[in-house]
Every structure is written in C-alpha cells, then in structure tokens.
Design a protein around this ligand. Structure first.
Ligand SMILES: [Zn+2]
Length: 125
C-alpha cells in the first residue's frame, strides 16, 4: 500500500468542534468548503462539444467531450473552484457529530466564517 500523505495543523490552531463545541480529541474530521461555479470555459467547451456531434447517447459522448476539451482554450476552467482561504471555510467536526449527525453545514460554515473574518470587516458590517 502507498504511504498516506498528510499535512499538519499547529496545536495553537486547535479549537473545539465547530458543531457542538465539544472536544475533538483524539480523532476528528476537517472539512474544507470551497465555492465552485461553472465558468466561461464551460460554454466554450459545450460549444465545441456540439461542433463534434454533441450528446448522442451512443457510448461515445465522453470521447466527444474529451475532444471538445482539447479544442477549448479554457476547458480547464469550465468549473472554477475557490482556493482562497478568505473565501473557503475549514470546519472541525468531532467523531460524535460526524457519526450521529445530521449537521447543518451551511449554518455552521457561515458562523465559522464570521468568527474568522478580520476585526475591521466586523466593524464595517
Ligand atoms: Zn461535535
């Protein structure tokens, strides 16, 4: 088996579970929420897909889409994903919350985002 890749978080950045405010030790989960949307590359690629025959449900649609991607300059940006920590939200979830759920991700993410926004943004609303 290949070695598992890991990254680290300093202890100073540890905090209680973002859902129940309970302890996270010894094992917890880190959820990173990134925003994604369809960019202009999607329309360009779909246009080329139509040029090469479009959807035919003949088992060759994926191949036509791959060819369309090769001819579309922004195919790799058809779906745009945020990689900015000012926009993305990282949540800690304890094993209890993870296993028992349900958890309202949107509410907790918004709360966490407000906790982490810089002080001057809070002052300006
Ligand atoms: Zn919890």
């Amino acid at each position: 088996m290949d070695e598992v890749r890991t990254s680290g978080i300093p202890l100073s950045e540890a905090r209680p579970c973002d859902f129940c405010k309970g302890k996270i030790a010894p094992i917890f989960y880190v959820i990173t929420i990134k925003h994604a949307f369809f960019g202009k590359g999607a329309n360009q690629t779909l246009g080329m897909f139509q040029f090469f025959g479009g959807m035919q449900n003949d088992g060759q649609d994926a191949k036509r889409l791959a060819i369309a991607e090769n001819f579309s300059p922004n195919a790799d940006r058809a779906i745009v994903v945020s990689e900015d920590d000012r926009i993305n939200t990282q949540l800690f979830i304890c094993q209890d919350c993870y296993l028992r759920g349900p958890v309202d991700l949107a509410v907790i993410a918004e709360k966490r985002h407000k906790e982490t926004e810089p002080e001057e943004e809070k002052a300006n609303g």
